[in-house]
Design a protein around this ligand. Structure first.
Ligand SMILES: [Zn+2]
Ligand SMILES: [Zn+2]
Length: 132
C-alpha cells in the first residue's frame, strides 16, 4: 500500500507531484556477463512498497537483510529550483536536475508548506488523493 499524494501550489496550481513520489527498487547482484561488461547489478522496481519478505526473486530475503546488504534504493521526486522541472532521481546517483544540470534541487516533500518557488505568492500544499 502506498499513499498517493498531490503536491501543488494553492495559488498558481504549479504541480510538483501526483502519485507516490517514491519508487523503491532492489538491486540484483550482477551476473557474470554484466560483471564482464563492467555493469553493476540490475535494478528491479518493486511495484508495491515492500513489507516483510520480498519475492522469491531475491531469495525470500527479508527487507532488513536487503537494506543491510545495501541493495535497496529508490527513485524520488525532486524539484529543480533553477528551471522548475520535477525529476525522478536515483538515491544512488548525484542529485542533479536532468534538464538543466543544476544541483539546486529539493525533494518535493521538503517543499510542502513552503512558499511556491514559481509564483512566490502561493503556498505548496499536500493532499492525499488515494491509496494504491
Ligand atoms: Zn505558485
Ligand atoms: Zn533544472
Amino acid at each position: 500500500m502506498a499513499i498517493l499524494k498531490n503536491i501543488q501550489c494553492n495559488k498558481c496550481g504549479f504541480k510538483l507531484l501526483w502519485g507516490t513520489g517514491v519508487a523503491p527498487y532492489v538491486k540484483k547482484p550482477a551476473g557474470p556477463l554484466r560483471k564482464l561488461l563492467g555493469m553493476g547489478g540490475k535494478k528491479v522496481f518493486l511495484t508495491d512498497p515492500p513489507s516483510g519478505n520480498v519475492s522469491k526473486e531475491f531469495g525470500y530475503k527479508g527487507l532488513s537483510d536487503l537494506i543491510e546488504e545495501g541493495r535497496m534504493g529508490h527513485y524520488a521526486a525532486y524539484l529543480c529550483l533553477a528551471c522548475f522541472k520535477v525529476c525522478e532521481l536515483d538515491s544512488d546517483a548525484e542529485k542533479k536536475c536532468t534538464k538543466c544540470k543544476s544541483t539546486n534541487i529539493k525533494s518535493v516533500f521538503d517543499m510542502v508548506k513552503k512558499p511556491c518557488p514559481k509564483c512566490k505568492e502561493g503556498t505548496i500544499e499536500e493532499k492525499q488523493i488515494g491509496i494504491t
